[in-house]
Write a protein that binds this ligand. Structure first.
Ligand SMILES: NC(=O)c1ccc[n+]([C@@H]2O[C@H](COP(=O)([O-])OP(=O)(O)OC[C@H]3O[C@@H](n4cnc5c(N)ncnc54)[C@H](OP(=O)(O)O)[C@@H]3O)[C@@H](O)[C@H]2O)c1
Length: 294
């Protein structure tokens, strides 16, 4: 049973499908005003119409391409104009890509979408979150962050070597480090930051031509253990709504049994995910990257 969210305003990025759409649906049914963001107008309109069915709170759409810093700036500006509060920001949009691609700003596309866009968005919305305190930022990471052998600071754009899983794992480690540094910087502000792993979930992730070859085979083998997007939304909904989590600022949550089943609980991120110096370094590099492109 989700906590009553009446009067709360929530933004969910990447809400056109998968875990994001089910997260939005659950929060809209709990009475929140839910803003779904998406990069494709047609898919966004369809998702808004779908989530409105059964919602007790209002459901609205906000166009935003997380891979484009200009689009993130425009989206944040629009949100600040249209809504006077923001209680929860759920940074959910994410991709995995077999081939190395560049964002409109020239950054490696996995890092740009999964981390940099959300880094900028969060910073642009921080004053509104503070003014709406107690408020929360939820970063949808993954247990895949454990697969990263380093944050790859010497090759953040994967110019020297690229693999889909390598870039994805590092982007999910970036989500964990971002959460850690954000929580530290927000201490005492009334805004809390959390990261979650949703489980292994049957969604559009890695589909639609994003991945190919051996990786597609591995993803196909994972099919029998995948849970529904609704079940996959549980950790995000918990981090967004569970009363009393403020005492656990910076925590990482997932479901108890293999990350897929059972109640949501707090787990330790990997050792690299607990590296405070790495978290600060990533924050500083991210600031440089987002301010280098206007
Ligand atoms: N599925 C899993 O097993 C799993 C496991 C661990 C973590 N996660 C994480 O869960 C999150 C949600 O993924 P999912 O599994 O629900 O996958 P999904 O069904 O592919 O949903 C991803 C969402 O992100 C959006 N998106 C992608 N690139 C975007 C961009 N540049 N700008 C704006 N939106 C963009 C997609 O929009 P479009 O409709 O425009 O493509 C879609 O709404 C991701 O962060 C993923 O890393 C997933």
């Amino acid at each position: 049973m989700t906590t009553d969210m009446q009067g709360k305003v929530v933004l969910v990025t990447g809400a056109t499908g998968g875990i994001g759409k089910e997260t939005a649906r659950s929060l809209a049914r709990a009475g929140a005003t839910v803003i779904l963001s998406g990069r494709d107008a047609g898919r966004l309109d369809a998702a808004v119409a779908d989530v409105r069915t059964g919602a007790t709170g209002s459901v609205e759409g906000l166009s935003m391409d997380l891979a484009s810093l200009q689009s993130v700036r425009a989206g944040a500006r629009e949100l600040l104009e249209r809504w006077d509060r923001l209680d929860v920001l759920i940074n959910n949009a994410g991709v995995i890509l077999s081939g190395r691609q560049l964002s409109p700003d020239g950054y490696e596309l996995t890092l740009a979408t999964n981390h940099l866009g959300h880094f900028l968005l969060t910073n642009l919305l921080l004053d509104r979150l503070k003014a709406s305190a107690p408020s929360r930022v939820v970063n949808v990471s993954s247990t895949a962050h454990r697969g990263a052998r380093s944050m790859g600071f010497d090759d953040l754009q994967s110019e020297r070597s690229y693999s889909a899983m390598g870039a994805y794992n590092r982007s999910k480690l970036a989500n964990i480090l971002f959460t850690r540094e954000l929580a530290r910087r927000l201490e005492g502000s009334g805004v809390s930051a959390f990261a979650v792993h949703p489980g292994v979930v049957r969604t559009g992730w890695g589909k639609g031509g994003d991945t190919r070859g051996g990786l597609n085979l591995i993803l196909a083998l994972a099919l029998p253990i995948q849970i529904s997007p609704k079940m996959g939304a549980a950790a995000s909904v918990y981090a967004a709504t569970q009363p009393g989590l403020e005492a656990h600022n910076g925590a990482f949550f997932q479901r108890m049994v293999f990350g897929n089943f059972g109640p949501v609980h707090q787990v330790q991120p990997s050792a690299l995910g607990r590296d405070d110096a790495g978290a600060t370094h990533l924050w500083e590099l991210s600031e440089e990257m987002v301010s280098a492109r206007h």
